[in-house]
Design a protein around this ligand. Structure first.
Ligand code: ADP
Ligand code: NI
Length: 226
């Protein structure tokens, strides 16, 4: 099968698997990562077929959502690509990217990656930023059972992936634990540029959130008619 057909078939497969997923890892997340990854790949001169297939398959089975199996996504990607008769070197490269792509927490040492892996990781991270990133943080927080905000729970930096994954926190704290750190973790220049606006938008959102929150204590700001 040629690569255009393999990509088209993969779109159908992934859309079918992920459509309507409720934690922010639905088909439209994958679709956005795919589009962003193509744009970054063009700027960076990365291999388009590897980037597109990896972006499409990167969340085919997320360990956070499948009961903790960190190998299943890569296994599903390998089986699918072999079935599509994709070239063996492309299969191996895509499988490695799907396996490694997940965020493992800030400060957790990253191992060296190929340009194509860097591109897909950047695209995935960009989708966690900006207005869409804000929407996803609260969707995921609600799915996980976190509250929106609790002034009594301070954000805490984490050292290990286990710590990052298991701790009870709030969706607002997730901004300090991950979302505001992402812009400095980008692998490519193209993504660094795209991250700037999304980053300032999140800062603006947090300022507005706190100003509304802080106003709650001030009785005189409540209109007399209520
Ligand atoms: P991906 O699986 O797409 O690589 P993640 O699984 O780390 O990325 O996150 C998926 C989405 O859920 C992101 O938008 C992320 O910010 C959000 N998210 C992850 N963990 C939390 C959390 N503890 N609280 C709120 N949102 C979270
Ligand atoms: Ni993702």
């Amino acid at each position: 099968m040629n690569s255009t057909d393999a990509i088209e078939q993969t779109v159908k497969y992934v859309r079918n698997e992920l459509y309507g997923e409720a934690s922010g890892h639905d088909w439209w997340h994958t679709f956005r990562v795919w589009q962003l990854a193509k744009c970054i790949a063009r700027h960076e001169g990365a291999d388009m077929v590897v980037v597109e297939l990896s972006a499409l398959l990167h969340d085919i089975s997320d360990s956070k959502l499948n009961g903790g199996d960190t190998e299943l996504g890569a296994k599903m990607a390998r089986e699918w690509l072999i079935n599509m008769h994709v070239e063996p070197e492309v299969v191996e490269h895509v499988v490695q990217i799907v396996h490694d792509i997940s965020f493992r927490g800030a400060g957790v040492t990253a191992k060296p990656m190929t340009l194509e892996e860097g591109v897909v990781q950047d695209a995935d991270r960009l989708d966690a930023m900006g207005a869409i990133g804000i929407a996803r943080a609260f969707a995921f927080g609600g799915y996980k059972g976190d509250v929106i905000y609790d002034p009594a729970i301070a954000p805490k930096p984490h050292q290990t992936y286990e710590e990052y994954k298991n701790r009870k926190s709030t969706s607002i704290n997730h901004f300090y634990e991950k979302l505001l750190l992402i812009k400095d973790l980008m692998n490519t220049d193209a993504a660094r540029r795209l991250a700037e606006h999304r980053h300032s938008y999140m800062e603006e959102f947090l300022n507005e959130f706190y100003s509304e929150w802080n106003a709650l204590d001030i009785e005189s700001t409540i209109p007399a008619s209520i």
